[in-house]
Design a protein around this ligand. Structure first.
Ligand code: AMP
Length: 319
């Protein structure tokens, strides 16, 4: 069915222990739409300034992304600056967020975009996420949103409305705790679930993701890599892979969600292998298939076969 993505498109300045880059391609819609494009047709709604380079639009178009909803406004493109910890690459400090043209953005959907069945509200101002949702002709079959501490702290009320309206919410695990004001992740996810989101997906960096919904919890690991160059965009790429799979297959069964989580992890694992979108933007079928197969190897174990039992020693209540 394809997916409509609204989010940020911008330039990132990043320092990691392995690499650094100034004004490299970034933004939640950039990573998530490229990631989803490996599985489904993507259309984006976003804004850039008049300093945005035309060949950077070409990267999205090269992935078949419909960029007719990418508005160019007078002014500067969104910019984000972050630094990752030398000891713990999972820890990141945002040094600067310049919303620039994003601050005045009024997304307007094309008639075709209003009819999309699958909507991904990538990390962006929750008021813009709501504006996009309100423009849909009817409630899409599947609506998901991502967010971050910047909006949890700055636009909590609007974010609460987003959470009420979506099927799936993606957040970093610390953001799940921050939003729910509950230190235990399981309890915090339940609080968010009770506020409306049918599935809560807690992204845990190199520890993978935890997916909670009414009936189940599922854990997908991150792929063990010996070289993490730049974690920026891993979460967006995860969400893009997750949504790309669901949009293309329409499989929202528990099994579909589990496979979507693994495909999200596949895409996130590529995103961290380079600065910006260098690696994510240039994947071949063999790369994707090879990493998926490696995930199958990483996550599969045998449950009990017929007639088998486990050698627990306390069957009779004693060891
Ligand atoms: P992730 O590493 O998946 O959390 O996403 C990082 C991306 O999010 C970067 O490319 C940033 O440009 C983008 N980003 C950072 N802060 C914001 C924000 N407040 N709103 C929208 N996008 C943001």
């Amino acid at each position: 069915m394809g997916v409509l993505v609204v989010g940020s498109v911008g330039y990132d300045t990043v320092w990691t222990p392995m690499a650094s880059g100034k004004d490299v391609r970034g933004g939640s819609a950039t990573f998530s739409s490229i990631s989803a494009s490996y599985m489904t047709q993507v259309s984006i709604v976003a804004v850039v300034g008049d300093d945005f380079l035309q060949n950077h639009v070409g990267l999205l178009q090269g992935h078949g992304v419909d960029t007719s909803g990418l508005e160019v406004s007078p002014g500067k493109t969104f910019r984000w600056t972050g630094r990752y910890g030398a000891e713990d690459v999972n820890s990141r400090d945002t040094l600067e967020t310049q919303l620039n043209v994003l601050a005045e953005f009024n997304p307007t959907l094309t008639p075709e975009q209003r009819r999309q069945d699958c909507l991904f509200l990538a990390n962006i101002d929750p008021e813009l996420q709501l504006q996009v949702l309100e423009q849909m002709d009817r409630r899409p079959k599947l609506v998901a949103a991502d967010t971050m501490n910047f909006w949890i702290e700055g636009k909590r009320d609007a974010l609460a409305k987003v959470i009420e309206a979506v099927d799936i919410i993606f957040m970093d695990e610390d953001e799940v705790r921050l939003y729910a004001q509950e230190p235990n992740l399981v309890k915090a996810a339940r609080i968010i679930h009770d506020q409306g989101a049918k599935a809560v997906i807690a992204k845990r960096g190199e520890h993978g993701v935890l997916l909670f919904n009414q009936d189940m919890a599922f854990a997908a690991p991150a792929f063990p890599l010996d070289r993490v160059v730049d974690p920026t965009g891993a979460g967006d790429s995860f969400a893009g892979g997750f949504m790309g799979y669901l949009a293309e297959t329409g499989d929202t069964t528990p099994g579909g969600f589990r496979r979507a989580a693994i495909l999200g992890s596949v895409m996130g694992s590529f995103a961290v292998e380079s600065l910006s979108v260098e690696r994510l933007g240039g994947l071949a079928y063999q790369d994707l298939k090879g990493r998926f197969d490696a995930f199958v190897g990483l996550t599969t174990f045998n449950g009990l076969g017929p007639g088998e039992s486990l050698p627990w020693r306390n069957k009779d209540g004693k060891l």
